[in-house]
Design a protein around this ligand. Sequence first.
Ligand SMILES: NC(=O)c1ccc[n+]([C@@H]2O[C@H](COP(=O)([O-])OP(=O)(O)OC[C@H]3O[C@@H](n4cnc5c(N)ncnc54)[C@H](OP(=O)(O)O)[C@@H]3O)[C@@H](O)[C@H]2O)c1
Length: 322
Amino acid sequence: MTQDITPQIPATMRAFAIDRFGELGSLRALPTPTIGAGEMLVRVHAAGVNPIDWKIRDGFKAIEDVRFPLILGQDAAGVVVQVGPQVTRFAVGDEVYGGFWLAGAFAEYVWTSTSAAVALKPSRLDFIHAAALPTPALAALTALEAVALKEGETVLIVGATGGVGSYAVQMAARRGARVIVTARPDAESYIRQLGAAEVIDYTRSDVVAAVKAAHPEGIEAVVDVISDRAALLRMAETLRHGGRLATTVHSADEAALAARDIRATNVDVLGATRGLEEVARLIDTSGVAVPLERTFPLAEAAQALAAIQAGHVRGKIVLMVA
Ligand SMILES: NC(=O)c1ccc[n+]([C@@H]2O[C@H](COP(=O)([O-])OP(=O)(O)OC[C@H]3O[C@@H](n4cnc5c(N)ncnc54)[C@H](OP(=O)(O)O)[C@@H]3O)[C@@H](O)[C@H]2O)c1
């Protein structure tokens, strides 16, 4: 039986917030969120750090109607401590993880509507590893579904060594695909351990020329988390007729690629409501690993954001909240 621990919720909580776009942010005491009838409150134990967090901090153009102070952070794992009367999917005491889009995950408590991307935490993971999953693993899964990758096909993953790529490589290999990746030399053994079969050092080789030389007949799919519009059009030259391509950085010119008989998708998981149940199933049943580069305490969220903004991440950075 679940226990109602509502009375223990404090009026204020520690949270990492900004007062205007462009500032580094600071830890302060802010009111603990209150919830509506269809919402729930989660005690955050760990929060995943993603490139979108520093982009929002710096004034991401797609964000409107923001109220300050704005608590940063999307991804978290923790325990449900309060549910509204209309909530039936979750109960107090459930261990959950989710992408709490714009709700403020870099805090001791985060509210969420249960129609948001939130699910029961993979049972074999602790909170720190579960917090490293929501946005990047959902992006990887969505991209692989967009390219409909099948057993025996070959996929090129560009930007394979970071958050999204580390999951995409593992999920693609588990589908029985041959995985080609881009990686710096220092990351080669890391990415081979995750399932890459061919590694192209993008700092020394032309990626398109290298793939074409090894696969003159063309490959079936490209998943790209890096290339801008022009670079992506060129990356698509690696594909055979009828090839599929997905990008997480909104750089696919879908019409231009369709004219070349390539089906392209601009993946967007922001505000996603489904998929984390499938991610949890993959983690619990197929052995997909959660590679952590580093953890920081919540008080050092500014340093964690600087680290992910500086690039060269291998896997994920996570904040330990409590
Ligand atoms: N649309 C969506 O819903 C969605 C969801 C998730 C993520 N995203 C976006 O997708 C992008 C990637 O996210 P992430 O979490 O994977 O970022 P990340 O953790 O920073 O990983 C990026 C990786 O790419 C490598 N890299 C950098 N430049 C490269 C290049 N020119 N060629 C090949 N590899 C390169 C980096 O390592 P080295 O520099 O050391 O090579 C790093 O390992 C971000 O822009 C993020 O905002 C979008």
